[in-house]
Design a protein around this ligand. Structure first.
Ligand code: TPP
Ligand code: MG
Length: 371
C-alpha cells in the first residue's frame, strides 16, 4: 500500500513598502505612481479625520455607536483603488469606509447609519456598494451571489467583499467560499486580519496558522499581504481582480493589519489588550510609512501636511453638517413602508405613538374619564 503526499501547499507573504517607508522597487514596478500614492495618502488624512470626528460625535451623544477604522486605511484604500469604480462592486462589513468613499459613497451615509437613520443605507443609484453589514459574515454570501450574476450575464465585472479575521470562523464564510470556487465566480475575498474580534485575539479565534490558508480548502489562489502597505495591497488585489475578470474565479487575500482603536465606541480595549502590543503596531501605522515614502521622494513636507489636514477638517465638518442637517424622519415611517393597507390594530399603534403618551391613547379615553 503506498503512502504518498496527495496535497502540498504554501502561502506567500508580500510586503513592498516597509515600516520605514522603503520601497522594494522590483516588486513595486507597474503598481502605483507617485501621484496616485499622494492622492491615496490624502484620502488617508481625510478618513483618519473622519474617524476622529465620528468618535467625538458618539462621545458627545450625537451618534449611537461607531467602529473606528483607524490603522486599517491602507488595506481599504489599496484594495478599493484596484477595483474599477462604477463597474466592480464592493460588499463591505463596517471597517473599510475609505474604500466606499473612493467608490463614490457620499460620506454622510456612514454617519447617518451610525446615527440610526436608515437613509444611510440607501445607496445612491450608480454607486456600486452594498450597505455596511453588521451581522458578521452574511455579506460574503451576497458577494458570491452578485459575482455569480456577473458570470451568468457574461459581464466583465468583479466583486470585492470585505470581512474580518473573526468572520472566517463563521459558517457563512465557508458557504460563500465554497459556492464561489465551485461556481468559479469573479469575487475577491478580502480579509482584514486586524488581530482581534472584539476581545478575542486571533490565536484564540482560530487554530489556523494563517487566515489565508483557509482558502486552500476551497481551491482558491490565496496570499497574505502586509495590510498596512498600500503597494502590496494594491498589487495583490489588482492581480486577483485581473484573474477574476479573465475567468480565473475567486481569490483570497489576507491583509495583516491592526485595529488601532477600540472595537467600537461601546468597547474599551484597554481592558484586554497589552499596551506594548498597541505601541508596537502604532509604529506600523500605514500613514507613517506612506508619508515617509512621499517625503523621501520630495513629494511631501510639513506644509503639505498642514494643508491636507486643513482640507480634511473642512470636508469632514461639512459632512457632519449635512448628516445632522437632514430632516428627521417621523415615527410614522416605520408603519408607512411595511403594509399597503395598515391593519386597524397597527394603525392604532401608529396613532398612539404619535401622541407620545399612553394616557392620550384614543382607546384609553374611558380610563381618563375615570370609568
Ligand atoms: C452573526 C453575528 N455574530 C456576532 C456578532 C457580534 N459581533 C460584532 S463584531 C464581532 C467581531 C468581528 O470580528 P472580525 O470579523 O475580526 O471583525 P473586526 O470587528 O475585527 O473588524 C462580533 C462577534 C454579530 N455582529 N453578528
Ligand atoms: Mg478582527
Amino acid at each position: 500500500m503506498p503512502r504518498k503526499v496527495v496535497y502540498e501547499a504554501r502561502v506567500e507573504y508580500v510586503q513592498i513598502l516597509d515600516e520605514e517607508g522603503r520601497l522594494d522597487a522590483r516588486l513595486a514596478a507597474g503598481t502605483l505612481t507617485d501621484e496616485q500614492v499622494a492622492f491615496l495618502y490624502e484620502q488617508m488624512v481625510i478618513c483618519r479625520q473622519y474617524d476622529e470626528v465620528a468618535f467625538k460625535l458618539q462621545r458627545s451623544g450625537r451618534m449611537g455607536t461607531y467602529p473606528q477604522n483607524k490603522g486599517q486605511e491602507a488595506a481599504a484604500l489599496g484594495s478599493g483603488f484596484a477595483a474599477k469604480k462604477g463597474a466592480d462592486f464592493l460588499v463591505p462589513c463596517y471597517r473599510e469606509n475609505a474604500a466606499l468613499f473612493l467608490h463614490g459613497l457620499p460620506m454622510e451615509h456612514i454617519l447617518l447609519h451610525w446615527m440610526g437613520d436608515e437613509r444611510g443605507n440607501q445607496i445612491p443609484e450608480g454607486v456600486n456598494v452594498t450597505p455596511i453589514s453588521i451581522p458578521i459574515g452574511t455579506q460574503m454570501l451576497h458577494a458570491t451571489g452578485i459575482a455569480w450574476a456577473y458570470k451568468i450575464r457574461r459581464e466583465p465585472r468583479c466583486v470585492i467583499t470585505y470581512f474580518g479575521d473573526g468572520a472566517t470562523s463563521e459558517g457563512d464564510f465557508h458557504e460563500a467560499a465554497n459556492f464561489a470556487s465551485t461556481l468559479q465566480v469573479p469575487c475577491v475575498f478580502f480579509c482584514q486580519n486586524n488581530q482581534w474580534a472584539i476581545s478575542v485575539p486571533r490565536e484564540t479565534q482560530t487554530a489556523s496558522e494563517t487566515i489565508a490558508q483557509k482558502a486552500l480548502a476551497y481551491g482558491m489562489p490565496t496570499v497574505q499581504v502586509d495590510g498596512n502597505d498600500l503597494f502590496a495591497v494594491y498589487k495583490e488585489t489588482r492581480d486577483a481582480l485581473d484573474r477574476a475578470r479573465s475567468g480565473g474565479g475567486p481569490s483570497f487575500i489576507e491583509a495583516v493589519t491592526y485595529r488601532l482603536g477600540d472595537h467600537t465606541t461601546a468597547d474599551d480595549a484597554r481592558r484586554y489588550r497589552d499596551p506594548e502590543e498597541v505601541a508596537a503596531w502604532q509604529q506600523k501605522d500605514p500613514m507613517i510609512r506612506t508619508r515617509k515614502y512621499l517625503e523621501s521622494k520630495g513629494l511631501w513636507d510639513d506644509n503639505r501636511q498642514r494643508a491636507a489636514e486643513e482640507r480634511a477638517k473642512a470636508i469632514v465638518q461639512e459632512v457632519v453638517r449635512t448628516a445632522e442637517g437632514i430632516e428627521k424622519p417621523t415615527t410614522d415611517d416605520i408603519f408607512n413602508f411595511t403594509f399597503a393597507d395598515l391593519p386597524a390594530e397597527i394603525a392604532r399603534q401608529r396613532d398612539t405613538l404619535r401622541t407620545s403618551s399612553i394616557g392620550q391613547e384614543p382607546t384609553q379615553a374611558a380610563l381618563r374619564a375615570g370609568h
